[in-house]
Design a protein around this ligand. Structure first.
Ligand code: NAD
Ligand code: TYD
Length: 337
């Protein structure tokens, strides 16, 4: 099987490519990635020599590169996106361009190339927010109610993917997952930002009252879920994917990281809240459990400790990313502009 992975140099995409080549060694994987600030070929060092892996630098908004890369492809796993809520608040345009227009370019090309499966990676943030103390969770029937430019752009892309299925018969699946964490996550996101700041003896900025709740999903559990959807998921269906955390808020997450690193809680700094900050996310993953036999493995504390350990062991990776030096390194090492 020949897979086209978009955004494979980012956090989840690179974890997915490593996972896929390990578990499906006969498959060919093409990684189409623009290498924005969030794309990092260092993440893929372990597979760069693998003859079944190929990297193409390109923008999903560029229909000629998309068309040529898609020739002969069986399955698309579409990760490429602008993914950070705070950046979308500062400047939404790039989010609309990549997440909405780019997805449309991919869908058009997938139709033209008679792709067997277009799997779209989306987020639980399209469903909006839940309140603290409520018991309810997001599921596949929850109405869309995005509240940030990021989640609005992802919601638009989900609608387009479904529209191509219903209108043109494109064989699609969609997954809406919760907040991922694990190796190679760009240190602008909460958990790696906290870990790396603490390792640098800097403070950890906590928005507002810190009583915001996320449903933390370990990235490898996410990759396994996508694998099961690609193998046995029903065409046209959506699957919600979540983690094993029990209503843990941001302050509690930080306190755990502070403890794991032997720091003090004085390192926590409350800062101005994010505008439109969604209070709580929680995902009901009953459908994927019942239909595909998936469930997250391992407990949050153990996976958080593993993640903290990874960042301790890979200081070169995140230091160069944080310094912004990594782009120069790519040019020198890989000859990529
Ligand atoms: P990321 O920001 O780490 O990586 C995004 C990748 O996409 C980068 O490699 C970047 O270079 C590439 N990219 C961006 N614009 C591009 C373009 N125009 N053309 C080609 N490549 C482009 O993101 P991530 O955290 O790995 O998220 C991957 C997907 O998962 C996204 O679609 C995101 O919405 C979704 N998602 C992420 C999370 C999470 O917690 N990280 C949770 C739910 C859903
Ligand atoms: P983030 O990792 O940006 O993911 P998302 O906003 O997509 O859920 O943020 C996770 C939570 O952490 C969210 O409630 C915002 C909060 N947060 C902070 O308190 N401080 C920070 O510096 C960041 C980046 C996030």
């Amino acid at each position: 099987m020949k897979l086209l992975v978009t955004g494979g140099a980012g956090f989840i995409g690179s974890n997915f490519i490593i996972y896929w080549l390990k578990n499906h060694p006969k498959d060919l994987v093409i990684n189409l990635d623009k290498l924005t600030y969030a794309g990092n070929l260092e993440n893929l060092k372990d597979v760069e020599e693998n003859p079944n892996y190929r990297f193409v630098q390109g923008d999903i908004c560029d229909s000629s590169i998309v068309d040529s890369t898609m020739a002969g492809v069986d399955v698309i796993v579409h990760f490429a996106a602008e993914s950070h809520v705070d950046r979308s608040i500062l400047e939404p345009s790039e989010f609309i361009r990549t997440n909405v227009l780019g997805t449309n370019i991919l869908l058009r090309s997938a139709l033209k190339n008679k792709i067997k499966r277009f799997h779209h990676i989306s987020t639980d943030e399209v469903f909006g927010k839940l309140e603290l103390g409520e018991k309810n969770k997001f599921n596949e029937r929850t109405n869309y109610n995005p509240r940030s430019p990021y989640s609005a752009s992802k919601a638009a892309s989900d609608h387009l993917v479904r529209a191509y299925h219903f209108t043109y018969g494109l064989p699609i699946t969609i997954s809406n997952c919760s907040n991922n964490f694990g190796p190679y996550q760009f240190p602008e996101k909460f958990i790696p930002l906290a870990i790396t700041n603490l390792l640098e003896d800097k403070k950890v900025p906590v928005y507002g009252d810190g009583l915001y709740v996320r449903d933390w999903l370990y990235v490898e559990d996410h990759c396994r879920a996508i694998d099961l959807i690609l193998q046995n998921g029903k065409i046209g269906e959506t699957y919600c994917i979540g983690g094993l955390t029990k209503e843990i808020n941001n302050i509690e997450v930080i306190k755990k990281i502070v403890g794991l690193l032997g720091k003090t809680e004085g390192a926590i700094e409350y800062v101005k809240d994010r505008p439109g900050h969604d209070r709580r996310y929680a995902v009901d993953w009953t459908k994927i459990k019942n239909e595909l036999g998936w469930e997250p493995q391992g407990d949050f504390d153990q996976l958080l400790a593993k993640t903290v350990d990874w960042y301790k062991q890979h200081q070169d990776w995140w230091k160069s990313v944080k310094n912004g030096e990594y782009k120069n390194y790519y040019q020198t090492q890989y000859g990529i502009k």
